[in-house]
Design a protein around this ligand. Structure first.
Ligand code: AMP
Length: 731
């Protein structure tokens, strides 16, 4: 049997750890006896390469073929670098790195690696996590899970210093990213990540850049002009000077300038700290947001754990003391904590991740308050006993048509900081076409904003094989959106009443999202649509009892939906008629409200028989309305006072109101014709055709949703669900 390892795939350094025979987790040294391996690769013209310290040295000497800091570009399209005619993406470079780490760890331990937990910055989204997972698989690793770096660091801390109820803030400043994570330790050796936030473009590299600028300024104080590319020289020297300033108050950098010979500049720690104050401030802002969001203060935090190589800078320790009022913990080795925590997570026994649902802020805050009892020491006898629940850093949503049909928006499905794995099922209407392979395209977004332009399009799912059934158009698609334990997005879909999932292909997001960031331009004919007012009247006499009433309500609701993107001023209302009339919904543009009123309609609510007719009420509501005016009257039997009804219906016609008489069952076709006016006229249909007939009327009146069908209608019902049904079951 092989070993299970944790791998910290750092921006500047990598580390591999495992649990040893003594039950303790520790870093595995590399072939050169080093605990950390620089994340640098040097390629040669014969296609070979070297990885680690030697490559880093070559990089420092400015040799050709060196690739570094590629983790920052994970997920970016196109090549990260190109050497000797070969292009390399960040994913390929990471894969080379991981393959080499695996090879060396297996050689040093003499054991095969069976499984690995690979760490990623908490703030890595779908676009970075997917390629990281692929890189690890391409490197020949069996990945048990991708884990957020601060979560792994918290596990490492918890293994040694478990204190029930303690709230720990992990401040993780690496080479390229900053992650901030609040963790709470709970009963039964459980570690819950409560919140995570960060900045994927803030890390040691930014401190290097500021130092490079400082060095450049200092050179230019002495040398007015030089042909030498001092920017590149200073950038190359900056990291060394920065690291030197972590242990000394001053550091020197030596340069050779083509036209001036050698030159030495000195930087003090104070100058460096001043030049980078704005970077520290960025992290202060994120700390404040995280604590404020949970209504916590620094007093509620039991310890701040520093992780990541950049927290070795004395300015960070001082800064944490200044903002939190306490010394950060120095018991954790910031370079090794992540790999060790990952190794612990690779070894926890089956079912390591307790899924705990905290659906809203209020419940998170309540749970935190409940935990506000003094923390108590509680040794964990075995690392395998620890369990952890993690959260996702990015809100997941999808592109959808906005309520008034004038543009697109981000429909939020899973909120950031939801405990992963998490699944949410959404019921969506989808309009099918006959004789075609009906496909639904779903574009997934990460980001909080309703504005698509402010979100990141992360992938696209194409759901195919949707069956067309004219009696159920739109059909209902049940779509399950999920983040798995790796924080990776998945979509599954099933058509109503089906027992197997529809085929769903995951594809890259469209390269050009601009059309989803602008308004939808309505088709020319619709663009000029005149205002439209519709009053629906339904017969609720005793003969409608049972299926007729249910079918009629269903058809009316779908009819209302057809106008969700009517390209003009639109209002609809509903009334019932039997022995009396009653308006159940006055004319409104709130379609949901109208549908609610229709759904509340009951048989005989205005009496058992057909003594009344709806036309006076229709006239009252529509006579003075602007634009096109329509009364849709649905009946299933014979009306007691036919002649009076016909006279009143004609009065409506005289006032410019088109009456559409629809009937089924016992309805008299002649009577329907007599009350109807306008182009559409009367309709006598079977009960089973009611929905389709209503749909046709809607189309005639300018309803329907044309090109916006792809994203489902405005009607989506969101339900949290624990499990997606197995084949053979419906949701
Ligand atoms: P990590 O991504 O956690 O490997 O952190 C790497 C970052 O830590 C790089 O930007 C390094 O320059 C920085 N770093 C490592 N050691 C030190 C040190 N002693 N002082 C300042 N920065 C350091």
């Amino acid at each position: 049997m092989g070993i299970k390892v944790g791998i910290d795939l750092g921006t500047t350094f990598c580390a591999v750890a495992m649990i040893g025979a003594d039950g303790k987790a520790a870093v595995i040294q590399n072939e050169m006896g080093e605990r950390l391996t620089p994340s640098v690769i040097q390629f040669f013209d014969d296609g070979s390469y070297i990885v680690g310290a030697e490559a880093k040295e070559a990089l420092d000497y400015g040799e050709e073929g060196c690739a570094a800091v590629f983790k920052r570009s994970m997920g970016e399209s196109g090549a990260y670098c190109s050497f000797y005619g070969n292009d390399y993406t960040a994913q390929q470079l990471s894969s080379i790195m991981l393959r080499e780490l695996k090879r060396q760890a297996e050689k040093v331990t003499g054991q095969r690696i069976d499984e690995a937990v690979v760490t990623v910055p908490a703030y890595f989204g779908e676009l970075q996590r997917e390629p990281t997972l692929r890189a690890a698989k391409d490197a020949g690793l069996t990945v048990r899970q991708l884990v957020s770096e601060p979560t792994a660091a918290a596990m490492n801390y918890a293994a040694d210093h478990f204190r029930e109820n303690a709230k720990i803030l992990v401040y993780d400043l690496g080479g390229g990213t900053f992650d901030l994570t609040l963790v709470q330790m709970k009963k039964n050796a459980r570690v819950d990540v409560i919140r995570t936030t960060g900045n994927s473009m803030l890390g040691g590299k930014n401190w290097d850049d500021e130092l490079a600028k400082l060095l450049e300024q200092k050179i230019l104080e002495d040398v007015e002009y030089t042909d030498t590319d001092i920017h590149t020289l200073c950038t190359r020297e900056a990291e060394k000077v920065k690291i030197a300033l972590s242990s000394a108050m001053k550091a020197k950098a030596h340069f050779t300038l083509e036209d001036h010979g050698s030159c030495t500049v000195e930087v003090t720690r104070e100058e460096f700290d001043d030049a980078t104050a704005h970077l520290r401030e960025k992290t202060r802002g994120l700390c404040r947001n995280l604590l404020d969001g949970l209504r916590l203060s620094w007093r509620d935090i039991n310890a701040v754990v520093l992780v990541g190589g950049s927290t070795r800078m004395p300015q960070i320790k001082r800064f944490i003391k200044e903002i939190s009022g306490r010394e950060p913990l120095s018991r954790v080795n910031p370079d090794e904590a992540v790999a060790i925590g990952a190794a612990i997570m690779a070894n926890v026994k089956a079912q390591p991740y307790a899924v705990q649902k905290m659906t809203d802020d209020a419940s998170v805050i309540r749970a935190l308050r409940k935990g506000s009892v003094p923390a108590k020491e509680m040794p964990v006898e075995s690392l395998q006993k620890l369990t952890v629940s993690d959260v996702v850093a990015h809100t997941l949503g999808k592109v959808t048509v906005n309520k008034d049909g004038t543009g697109y928006k981000n429909q939020v499905i899973i909120r950031e900081n939801s405990v992963i794995p998490v699944k949410v099922a959404v019921a969506e209407q989808f309009y099918t076409k006959g004789g075609e392979d009906n496909e639904s395209e779903i574009i997934m977004l990460q980001g909080d904003s309703e504005n698509v332009a402010e979100c990141t399009a992360v992938c696209r799912y194409v759901v195919s094989g949707i069956k067309h059934d004219p009696s159920r158009n739109p059909t209902l698609l049940k779509v399950q959106y999920s983040y798995d334990a790796n924080g990776i997005v998945h979509v599954q879909a099933r058509q109503e009443d089906q027992t197997t999932d529809l085929p769903a292909r995951k594809l890259p997001a469209p390269p050009d999202m601009s059309r989803y960031c602008e308004g939808i331009s309505a088709p020319p004919a619709k663009a000029k649509a005149e205002p439209l007012r519709i009053m629906m009247a339904i017969d609720v006499s005793g003969s409608m009892t049972g299926e007729p009433m249910e079918e009629a309500k269903n058809a009316m609701c779908r009819f209302i939906d057809e106008f969700s993107s009517y390209p003009g001023d639109f209002k609809i209302g509903a009334m019932v008629v039997s022995d009396r009339t009653q308006v159940v919904c006055e004319l409104t543009n709130d379609l949901a409200q109208c549908k609610e009123a229709v759904n509340d309609i009951k048989v005989c609510m205005t009496g058992l028989c057909n003594e009344a007719d709806p036309f006076d009420e229709i006239l009252n509501r529509l006579a003075v309305a602007r634009g096109k005016k329509v009364g849709v009257v649905l009946a299933d039997g014979v009306w007691a006072h036919r002649d009076k009804a016909v006279t009143r219906a004609r009065r409506c016609a005289a006032m410019g109101i088109n009456i559409i008489g629809m009937g089924f069952g016992e309805a008299d076709e002649e009577f329907l014709k007599a009350i109807s006016s306008g182009e559409i006229g009367a309709m006598k249909v079977e009960l089973s055709e009611l929905t389709v007939s209503f749909g046709k009327i809607a189309q005639e009146l300018g309803g329907g949703r044309g090109g916006k069908k792809l994203f489902g209608g405005s009607k989506t019902a969101q339900t949290e669900c624990e499990t997606w049904p197995a084949p053979g079951e419906t949701l």
